[in-house]
Design a protein. Structure first.
Length: 177
């Protein structure tokens, strides 16, 4: 592995060719291959062996914490800290606590979902070594790329280059690290 190499980047003409290339890379033991395309490709996550995301879990946690925290705050203020008898109503008048609890539950879930998504995606990322490859800007328009990163346990420059050349990519570039 070159000390200043991020990996090898191959460009493919369409989504089917990218999926086939990703499948070949996976069959050759590459567990950290990265695919880039202008749109979501069904089944590509499974081919690459991506881990399931945890955004839904953290959204639930954020909503539960927001709702429980808001309800507790209202209960504590009305019952323990500053009880006021208004018109003979009970101090723990739960129907009055529901609107604020609902709103903060939704807010907590939304904030947690956005934060979980950003953390899982590694964002904000202002720089990535792939930005050094001029053709990579087409990944957001109409091209499909597969990168075999040098930090993959089975990566070796010669065999990785041979594997990608056998897949007949439109372009094959070494990505500087």
């Amino acid at each position: 592995m070159s000390a200043h190499m991020y990996g090898l980047l191959a460009e493919f003409p369409n989504a089917d060719a990218l999926c086939a290339a990703a499948k070949q890379a996976r069959e050759h033991g590459y567990t950290r291959a990265e695919a880039y395309s202008p749109f979501s490709i069904e089944g590509l996550d499974e081919v690459l062996g991506s881990v399931p995301d945890r955004v839904a879990f953290w959204t639930l946690v954020g909503g539960l914490l927001g709702g429980a925290g808001t309800y507790f705050l209202q209960w504590y203020a009305a019952v323990v800290d500053y009880p006021i008898n208004v018109g003979g109503r009970p101090l723990h008048s739960w129907p009055a606590f529901i609107p604020a609890t609902f709103e903060i539950t939704i807010l907590g879930a939304a904030v947690a979902a956005v934060l979980a998504m950003l953390i899982q995606n590694g964002l904000p990322r202002l720089y990535h070594p792939l930005f050094e490859v001029a053709e990579f800007e087409l990944a957001s328009r109409n091209r499909f790329f597969l990168c075999l990163p040098a930090h993959d346990p089975v990566f070796a420059p010669g065999p990785a280059r041979a594997l990608l050349e056998d897949l007949q990519p439109m372009l094959l570039r070494e990505v500087p690290g």
